[in-house]
Design a protein around this ligand. Structure first.
Ligand SMILES: NC(=O)c1ccc[n+]([C@@H]2O[C@H](COP(=O)([O-])OP(=O)(O)OC[C@H]3O[C@@H](n4cnc5c(N)ncnc54)[C@H](OP(=O)(O)O)[C@@H]3O)[C@@H](O)[C@H]2O)c1
Length: 338
């Protein structure tokens, strides 16, 4: 574990103005409101990263009214290290504010060797959440997700495990991620019958990835379940970062993720056209990409990543301008088709 920088004060006091900075949206038909912008710790929070930088991002996020922090068992690298680092930050800076935070974790992808460390069995989900709680130093998470559908485990077993987790007090709410519209309808029904409603679906959604518009958003809306959009900036492509080439310290240059240089280069004409439209709205491309998702009030929250405090601050400005004229919408649609 890394040692904290002594020049970074331990007696963190969050901004008193934090709840005036953020827009909150009700999650489906539940009692929970989420910030329109949430922070995910998939990248930039592992043992390979600078913990002080991560700590500054989390503290600034809370100062700006971000109450929702999203993790998963395997975020890092190495697996588990983002939860461990987040646990360290919580203990140092945010322990007093636990009841103001909405913390999520997940299991569903590869986590440990053998048949019990992947997919959707009751055994995997329950053991994984126990490990996550230990790593973060928490008694419970606010939200626990099944991270992806499992074609081989009966849905009743996986949803039964989520129900058991809520009844045991280890999570307050449950959700699903990466389920198709049809799988989602079935999961919502099983959970409802068990008496543990599905709170939210976490789905990949951005200007570049719009599959949720073909059925999922309607299923969720009709069932009173929220939607949180992950990778809303297409991992950084929907920002001005790549407009003049691929910076050395960017995700695409590091080749550590699903974003590669070829994909960025293929999308450059669209990125440049969108960046010009953003300018005409008085926004950066990052801000317009987030505003564009938030114009639909079925989107409860957009779940961003950030590698610096500056990126986070830039992205937060998007909530100030979530309306689009029909002319702007047309221009965006035609840029996306170009
Ligand atoms: N459920 C799932 O299966 C799943 C899958 C993926 C992600 N997620 C969740 O969604 C969260 C967000 O995903 P994501 O990190 O892919 O989201 P994203 O917001 O699309 O991408 C974040 C990256 O974009 C760049 N960026 C952000 N703001 C910027 C700005 N203003 N200017 C320039 N570049 C900027 C940074 O890249 P650089 O590092 O290059 O600076 C940053 O790390 C994850 O942390 C995780 O919680 C869930």
């Amino acid at each position: 574990m890394k040692i904290f920088d002594k020049t970074n004060p331990i007696d963190y006091r969050p901004s008193e103005d934090r709840y005036n900075q953020m827009l909150f949206r009700r999650c489906g038909k539940s009692g929970i409101q989420l910030p329109a912008i949430s922070l995910g710790l998939w990248h930039n929070f592992g043992f390979v990263d600078n913990l002080e930088n991560g700590r500054n991002i989390v503290k600034r996020a809370f100062d700006l009214g971000i109450t929702h922090f999203d993790l998963a068992n395997n975020y890092g690298p190495p697996f588990g290290s983002a939860e461990e680092n987040f646990g360290t930050i919580l203990k140092r800076d945010l322990a007093k504010y636990r009841d103001e935070l909405f913390i999520s974790s997940k299991a569903g992808y590869d986590m440990w060797p053998g048949p019990y460390g992947n997919f959707g069995s009751r055994k995997y989900l329950i053991a994984s959440l126990d490990q996550s709680l230990k790593r973060m130093g928490l008694d419970y998470v606010d939200l626990f997700y099944h991270h992806r559908p499992d074609p081989d485990t009966p849905l009743e077993e996986t949803m039964g495990a989520l129900d058991q987790i809520v009844r045991s007090g280890k999570a307050l709410y449950v959700g699903i991620s990466n389920y198709s519209a049809d799988e989602t309808s079935k999961a919502i029904k099983v959970l409802r019958d068990l008496g543990t409603p599905c709170l939210i679906h976490q789905a990949k959604y951005s200007m570049f990835e719009r599959w949720v518009e073909d059925g999922l958003l309607d299923v969720l809306d009709n069932s009173g379940v929220g939607l949180i959009a992950f990778s809303p900036l297409a991992q950084g492509m929907l920002t001005d970062k790549y407009v003049n080439g691929i910076p050395k310290d960017s995700r695409a240059a590091k080749n550590m993720t699903y974003l590669d240089k070829v994909t960025v280069e293929q999308n450059l004409p669209k990125i440049k056209a969108l960046s010009d439209i953003a300018k005409s709205r008085g926004q950066k491309l990052s801000q317009m990409a987030l505003s564009w998702l938030l114009k639909d009030d079925r989107v409860t929250s957009v779940l961003i990543g950030a590698s610096s405090v500056g990126q986070l601050e830039e992205n937060l400005q998007s909530i100030k301008s979530v309306d689009f004229s029909s002319d702007e919408t047309k221009k965006i649609e035609s840029a996306l088709l170009s």
